[in-house]
Ligand binder design. Structure first.
Ligand SMILES: [Cu+2]
Length: 284
């Protein structure tokens, strides 16, 4: 009974997200998804729920180079994209310079990685990464089957090791922090669920205290923002209002589907180096 309720709720949320997206963006910049997912420890686990707003139905099959991937060593990840019937999807549209974006987060959202699996042909994508510590990780693949809209597919993987510990996800007391020599302040037009709002990063050089005006394009835009709800069920990929901005302000638009805790990662590039600024907020 509970499962049926959850499925209905998930379907309603996906529909809601899809129609919200259609209203505000024609290039499908933003994807939102809701899903139920199990925890697959040993590869091959699939989630078949995606954001299928344009009617192209795809699935992602996940395999890992080891049956027991371990912390600190390289793990190969293969993602096979197929249609509903299981036939490989072979053509993808380029979205922000890549055919696929892969977001890797630990369950407590303390580690974040944004990587780009390589398309080996016939819908088979490969990448390798090092999971920094033991525990559960969520992987979210973001892609656009040719002629379709943005799709997100996810899987869980358990990383072996003896240092597994989950940190509590707490909202930041202040929305200013310094990472890699850059001080970033995050602000919102009006922070509230279920409403499109502005999300602004103000960047200054931590040493000179001068506003940063030399941000470089990262994947063709001033920056990229990834947002996950604390339970990892809500995934929002957000893009800039003005892609060509160079700072000190980088503005984005998004809609938090419901109230609660969210983690926000802003990714920017300067002097050839990318850096990530994380914030945790409580959305009323
Ligand atoms: Cu990417």
């Amino acid at each position: 009974m509970r499962r049926i309720l959850l499925t209905t709720l998930a379907a309603m949320l996906v529909l809601g997200a899809a129609s919200g997206c259609a209203k505000k963006s024609e290039n499908h910049d933003e994807t939102a998804m809701t899903e139920e997912s199990g925890h697959g420890a040993h590869g091959g686990h699939e989630d078949s729920h995606g954001d299928e707003e344009a009617g192209v139905q795809t699935k992602a099959g996940w395999t890992f180079s080891s049956t027991a991937p371990a912390a600190g060593s390289k793990t190969g990840i293969t993602i096979q994209v197929t249609d509903e019937a299981g036939k490989p999807v072979t053509k993808f549209d380029i979205n922000h310079e890549k055919e696929m974006h892969l977001i890797v987060v630990s369950k407590d959202l303390s580690t974040f990685n944004h990587i780009h699996p390589e398309h080996k042909g016939d819908g088979k994508f490969e990448v390798s990464t090092v999971f920094p510590s033991a525990g559960e990780y969520k992987l979210i693949a973001d892609y656009m089957p040719a002629g379709g809209g943005a799709v997100s597919q996810s899987s869980w993987v358990t990383i072996a090791g003896d240092d597994a510990k989950e940190a509590a996800i707490e909202p930041d007391r202040t929305l200013t922090k310094t990472v890699d020599g850059v001080t970033a302040t995050l602000s919102f037009g009006h922070l509230m669920a279920d409403m499109e709002l502005d999300l602004k990063f103000q960047l200054t050089d931590a040493k000179t205290k001068q506003p940063i005006t030399d941000l470089e394009p990262y994947l063709g835009a001033v920056g990229h923002v990834v947002i996950l709800s604390a339970d990892t069920e809500q995934y929002l990929h957000v893009h800039p209002v003005d892609e060509k901005a160079q700072g000190p302000e980088a503005a984005f638009k998004t809609t938090f589907p419901k109230s609660g805790l969210y983690k926000i990662w802003g990714q920017f590039q300067r002097g050839g180096q990318t850096f990530v600024v994380p914030f945790t907020v409580n959305v009323p």
